[in-house]
Design a protein around this ligand. Structure first.
Ligand code: ADP
Length: 546
């Protein structure tokens, strides 16, 4: 369009350093509490975070790194990791968070692919680092996040973080640059093929932070004490290290120990009001609370995502006085896409109708657009019944993977790999990841629905449903169950009881053909059930003939 009339407003770039500057100016008493790898609790205010992030930026500047250089982290949620988030991105470098739960060979691939020049790591990963060092010749410095007087590791050429920043004054002006510059990098878990990098920008990060704080999103405020259980090494802990500072909330960083007791103790001792995590972590917390007849005294809201939150878990939280915010997203979406919140025009007069809205994956937050399409990319109706491939677009959705010279989009939209329906009010429901769908006699069975029902059985800890080959129907569902340890009935009795439990809740032909019990359902590096591994393990499983 020619002759455009531009608005006459200040044109300052949206930069991550703005968040830290603003928080330290307007929320100077904001506290950051960290459970350290060393075992103790560390506390400081945002002002100290500000100065130390600047000291780090200065120390990095002395190294003469080029703008956009990648700086890797192998670290838990803690204050030094937060300083790296701000110090690295704020100075125009790219904070590359690496998932330490991946296989060492995958980690080495990621570090080499990203061309990381420095790696900051927590003491708990010293053995991993010893293994990685010879595999990653491009890395110039390995810096351990420990106190100055501690010895990091016996391996040569390991520096100490505190020594690294000690000689910087902290008197430092953040540089200003184009808001579209890269700020951070996160690789997908690479369930198929090699991991791929999502390169976030300052602009996408700030917009995502604004949007995720909205009342119908995560509803974050300066009155909150926020504990992100979701790790800072995966999708920027769902943006919480940014959004919590943006609103001026206190932040509690849990470190390495994410078992039920450790999380419960922190929630209580730090008077946490808001937390976020995947269902498997919360299952541990709930188990601990139930076994010890405890309750929450401060905890008010929890965002659960990463995989479907079983309705039984929602109900337990509700009974404990905690509101569950069910959300959907992915690495390629920074990650937030939808949040399950009702709206006034919804037809939810009954408790059941309202529950159904909460159980879906939710409505888009402004900025994200979504649609479902068939195999030929034709748009499908939003009637709550038709289901197809979920496609999304928006300013914090990936356009292209890092160092991949082709667009990640189809027809201008990002194909998420999820199968979903969307109702006429815009509530989206994921029925499956496309590779997890069970195709029985030409019809699709939702593995998520079956898992959700099974998880509601009182003797089931976790349940995964996979497709197994069937001579007549092509595929049929097999349910794999991790049962509660305090079992008093036989496995055969439990199996029959779980199969009965499905009756009346779904169509008869959806009920799994068989159930097998395992000691532990394997989890992925991001705490999700590792269905690929289960499919491999049970690929020759012979279903009973009916
Ligand atoms: P990975 O776990 O492989 O690293 P992501 O963290 O990006 O990848 O996971 C994104 C995927 O997780 C989504 O595409 C979707 O399949 C699943 N997911 C995320 N949130 C939910 C949810 N609330 N319900 C169901 N599935 C979800």
């Amino acid at each position: 369009m020619t002759n455009q009339l531009f608005g006459q407003m200040m044109d300052s770039p949206l930069l991550i350093s703005n968040i830290l500057d603003s928080a330290s100016r307007h929320h100077a008493k904001m506290e950051i509490v960290s459970k350290r790898v060393e075992g103790d609790i560390h506390r400081y205010t945002i002002s100290e975070l500000h100065i130390r992030s600047k000291k780090l930026a200065q120390a990095l500047e002395y190294l003469g790194l080029k703008m956009g250089s990648r700086i890797g982290t192998l670290a838990w949620n803690g204050y030094r990791h937060l300083e790296i988030y701000y110090g690295v991105s704020g100075s125009g470098l790219v904070c590359h968070t690496i998932n330490p739960r991946l296989f060492p060979e995958q980690i080495a691939y990621i570090i080499q692919h990203a061309e990381d020049e420095i790696i900051f790591f927590d003491l708990s990963f010293r053995t991993l680092v010893e293994h990685l060092k010879p595999l990653c010749p491009l890395v110039k410095k390995w810096i351990c996040l420990i106190d100055e007087n501690l010895q990091a590791t016996s391996v040569e050429n390991i520096e100490n973080y505190e020594t690294f920043i000690a000689n910087s004054s902290g008197v430092y002006e953040w540089p200003s640059f184009d808001e579209r510059c890269a700020s951070s990098l996160c690789y997908t878990s690479g369930t198929t093929g090699n991991p791929k990098g999502a390169l976030y920008s300052h602009r996408s990060t700030i917009l995502h932070s604004y949007a995720s704080a909205l009342p119908d999103s995560l509803c974050l405020s300066a009155m909150d004490v926020i504990l992100p259980i979701v790790p800072m090494f995966h999708v920027n802990a769902w943006g919480i290290p940014y959004s919590s500072l943006l609103v001026g909330a206190n932040l509690v960083l849990p470190g390495e120990k994410l078992d039920g007791k450790s999380i419960y103790d922190l929630l209580e001792s730090e008077k946490v009001t808001f937390s976020a995590g995947v269902p498997t972590v919360w299952a541990g917390v709930i188990q601990y609370i139930k076994n010890n007849h405890l309750k929450f005294n401060h905890f008010k809201r929890v965002v659960i995502g990463g995989s479907a939150c079983p309705p039984a878990m929602m109900k337990t939280f509700q009974d404990l006085g905690v509101e569950v915010i069910h959300a959907w997203g992915m690495t390629e979406l920074s990650p937030l896409g939808t949040v399950a919140k009702p709206k006034s025009s919804d037809n939810c007069k009954t408790k059941e109708a309202l529950e159904l809205i909460h159980q879906k994956q939710g409505r888009v937050i402004f900025g994200v657009d979504m649609k479902i399409v068939d195999g030929d990319l034709n748009k499908l109706p939003h009637d709550g019944k038709a289901f197809g491939d979920l496609n999304v677009k928006g300013p914090w959705v990936i356009n292209q993977y890092f160092k991949v010279n082709e667009s990640a989009l189809k027809d201008g939209w990002f194909p998420t790999g999820d199968v979903a329906n969307i109702d006429s009010d815009g509530h989206m429901q994921i029925t499956d990841r496309s590779k997890d769908v069970i195709k029985s006699g030409g019809e699709w069975i939702s593995s998520i629905d079956l898992e959700n029902i099974a998880a509601g059985h009182p003797l089931v800890t976790m349940a995964a449903c996979i497709a197994v080959a069937h001579s007549k129907w092509g595929e049929r569902p097999l349910l794999i169950v991790e049962k509660k340890s305090e079992l008093t009935i036989s496995e055969e009795e439990l199996k029959n009881d779980i199969l009965k439990f499905f009756e009346g809740k779904i169509a008869q032909w959806w009920i799994p053909d068989d159930i097998v019990f395992v000691d532990k359902i394997p989890l992925t590096a991001t705490g999700k059930m590792q269905k690929m591994k289960l499919r491999e393990q049970f690929k020759d499983y012979l279903l009973p003939t009916l």
